[in-house]
Design a protein around this ligand. Sequence first.
Ligand SMILES: Nc1nc(=O)c2c([nH]1)NC[C@@H]1CN(c3ccc(C(=O)N[C@@H](CCC(=O)O)C(=O)O)cc3)C=[N+]21
Length: 289
Amino acid sequence: MTIIDGKMLAEKMQADLKLKVARLQSQGIVPGLLVILVGEDNASQIYVRNKARVADKIGIRSETLRLAENVSEQELLNVIEKYNKDDNWHGILVQLPLPNHINEGRILHAIDPKKDVDGFHSYNMGRLMAGNPAMVPSTPAGIVEMLRAYNVELSGKRAVVVGRSNIVGKPMAMMLLAENATVTIAHSKTENLATLTKEADVLVVAIGRANFVTADFIKSGAVVIDVGMNRDENGKLCGDVKFDEVSEVASLITPVPGGVGPMTITMLMEQTVEACMKSINNMTDDRRK
Ligand SMILES: Nc1nc(=O)c2c([nH]1)NC[C@@H]1CN(c3ccc(C(=O)N[C@@H](CCC(=O)O)C(=O)O)cc3)C=[N+]21
């Protein structure tokens, strides 16, 4: 069994990105990522701080706009509109979850799809589904990168994705399909879940329940990707997969922490740089017109 080192892979990609950003900077261009955080959610604070730290390391200019928990939907929309128009910001990310009084869909759709580095706008989800992806959700994109880095064969293989969220499960299924895997999406209503997951050559778990997936869910030699980010009864960070026993059966497995998480942040940075480069090309195109 091999542990997939997401942290190391993320650091390698960050070093490559840093070079790319340095080249842009020598032309006087600095990629900018604006993160909007509403309220005081503890986990969100940590994630947002991590994003800012990685952006800094790569040379991406980032700013975290902190809005009060009780900010109105309209105020938030106004803020997004302002940054949509501001060419200095190439990526805009609204940290989820949002407070209940704010309609998440309305907010995500207010972000200019060109600046939607999360890939959550329906336009970008549609592009992914159409097989012509533009901005894509960073968690599944990071997973595809990991599978590629570890030479995991996907074509013709049986992939099972547990979880059907718009931000992980659904886009993950589309990306695996694009790699010619035979994809099944399972979820909380799935009957005989373990029987199904036992058929998976590649199993992606994103259900948000600590240590839910045990060894009896796993086909011998399977590749297991754990998207979970939970706290166990001792407050320790843990995934959706019971690592100790599943790692005995799997051929490749991601740890938590140090697996999917660092790749998620890195892909976000990559898409910010990508958005920046596209915006320059568009400007040059406009001038040519
Ligand atoms: N608009 C939006 N975009 C997101 O991408 C987004 C979001 N909202 N809301 C919350 C989730 C969660 N998420 C994580 C990213 C990195 C780690 C990460 O780096 N985890 C480290 C451990 C971090 C720790 O020690 O707490 C690891 O797995 O090694 C975790 C979680 C992004 N999310």
